[in-house]
Design a protein. Structure first.
Length: 223
């Protein structure tokens, strides 16, 4: 997967003004753990150049990449963005909460619930024309199913165009990225074993403001 976010709920809308940027939260948490950029990139399966852009808020990670970063930083995705909670496995087409990362143009609809022992995460992605994800690799596996429009998928050295009704199943440890190279919106169903919501943690924006991240020693030089 790959993009930016903000939740559709009223609480999220009211908190937007005080909401810390994802990049700043990632950098603060990395420094709290005395991790270098390289160490975090190695753990999350992304490039140093890309992470540097994210931390400076010059790029916004996709939900999948944010999940990798969160796990590498020993927190849940909810530490960085406010997302709709789902305990009921039933979602109605006209009632699903939509959200994005830091106001990105890609919109997510969550369709997988939280319950003990679940291993799947699943979302419907609404992808605008021209959107391109970052290249990532991670453990687990993914399935893509195109609902509307067209998506160009890159999987290692292969490139394929998927249109409505097409699907793709692959291992997450193969470097991959995707894009909407058309002039119309695309919608796709993404399902994977990458844990998105390991636990529910309160997003900084929803409790007013996060206290400045505590500094822990500097055993390693941080970039």
């Amino acid at each position: 997967m790959g993009a930016k976010f903000g939740v559709s709920s009223e609480a999220s809308k009211n908190a937007t003004a005080s909401q810390p940027k994802v990049g700043a939260l990632i950098r603060a948490r990395r420094r709290q753990l005395s991790m270098t950029l390289q160490e975090l990139c190695d753990a999350a399966g992304i490039s140093v150049g890309y992470l540097s852009q994210v931390e400076r808020d010059h790029a916004t990670p996709s939900l999948g990449t944010l999940a990798q970063l969160a796990r590498s930083l020993d927190v849940a995705v909810d530490y960085f963005i406010a997302t709709p909670s789902m305990e009921d496995g039933l979602t109605r087409a006209d009632q699903r909460n939509r959200f994005s990362v830091d106001g990105s143009s890609i919109i997510y609809e969550r369709i997988a619930a939280d319950f003990t022992g679940n291993v799947l995460s699943s979302f419907i992605l609404n992808v605008p024309p021209g959107y391109r994800s970052e290249t990532v690799s991670h453990e687990g596996e993914e399935i893509l199913f195109i609902l509307e429009g067209s998506i160009t998928q890159r999987l290692e050295n292969d490139e394929m165009v998927l249109t409505a009704g097409d699907s793709l199943h692959f291992r997450g440890n193969r470097p991959h990225s995707w894009s909407n190279d058309t002039d119309t919106f695309a919608r796709m169903l993404w399902t994977g074993t990458l844990p998105m919501f390991r636990s529910r943690t309160e997003h900084p924006a929803l409790r007013g403001s996060r206290a400045e991240t505590k500094k822990t020693g500097t055993k390693k030089e941080r970039k």
